[in-house]
Design a binder for this molecule. Sequence first.
Ligand code: PLP
Length: 367
Amino acid sequence: MSGSPNDPSMTPRPLHPATIAVTAGRPPHEPDEPLNVPITMTSTYVATGDLEYGRYGNPTWSAFEEALGALEGGRALAFASGMAAATTLLDLVGQDGGVVAPRHSYSGTIAALADFESRGRLHATLVDIVDTAAVIAAMEADEDCALLWLESPTNPALEIADIPALVAAAHRLGIQVVVDNTFATPLLQQPIALGADIVLHSATKYIAGHSDVLMGALVTAHEDVYAALKGRRDLMGAVPGPFETWLVLRGLRTLHVRLERAQANATELARRLADHPAVEEVRYPGFGAIIAPVLVGGVDAADFLVRATSLWVHATSLGGVESTFERRRRWKLEATSIPEGLVRMSVGIEDVEDLWNDLVQALDRIS
Ligand SMILES: *Cc1c(COP(=O)(O)O)cnc(C)c1O
């Protein structure tokens, strides 16, 4: 063992994300400590400590928050779902404040913005997120704009925002920026390092990774924003159960391995799909594991495809180990600018040849 404090090998080096995913938030390495944080099932704590009551804090949440915070470069707060995180954040926008958001945001986000707007709480401006100049113009045009909502890649159009340019413009105007990082995960994109103020996750998706739990999170590197979000979570009560949090933390431990395999499968399937005559175009930003082929045959072809496979499961949601897909326009809430024949595919970690064979036998039968 090296020992001298001046030994250069003792200088701590920043850990790589894979190591953080596995090691952050664990109990101390001391005799009889469990390796994994236990599930602390309690509604209250013996008084005069730091926690006091189950809505304010929980040791299982803290372990998850430490791990996600370390990956995103900020302090994390666990929520009951991605939408619980989203609506808690929107509730912090002042009366009559403005929010600029992608027109192809996750449909639940669009619905929440419309709901807040219909109750006279705030006003939303929906923009084409790839048109950086138009997004900046929308922020400049609204003197009450308080929040720039980014989602990149968008769900399900898979558009990419120029996050550093938009953050710089927003901050010049005194506008805070949140990035919904659900699709990219902190392994492929770290919005705080790109200047964003807040990161939002539907942990239901890649972070949990097994399609068996709902949870959400917000992360920020600003202490005042953290305190405001924590205060709002305490009041709104949008908190997850300790067991759910433990499941999500268990999922997070393998995020890097799952994502690497899913991304490799997605890259290969995007390439092969683009060459199939039943496919008009394939949307794929070049990273991550969501791909969105648009079928030549439109609605009918897409509806046929999602019923004609045996491995691919026709289901909404994404980010699990298993491959799922759906025609997004089957949802009334989905933007009408999304093509009717677009099938959003969440590529899992199965063998890529099996996934391809299952798809191609169906695609070949589309007349
Ligand atoms: C699913 C999803 C959400 C909402 O998260 P829930 O956990 O379902 O509440 C938000 N943003 C994106 C990009 C999503 O895919």
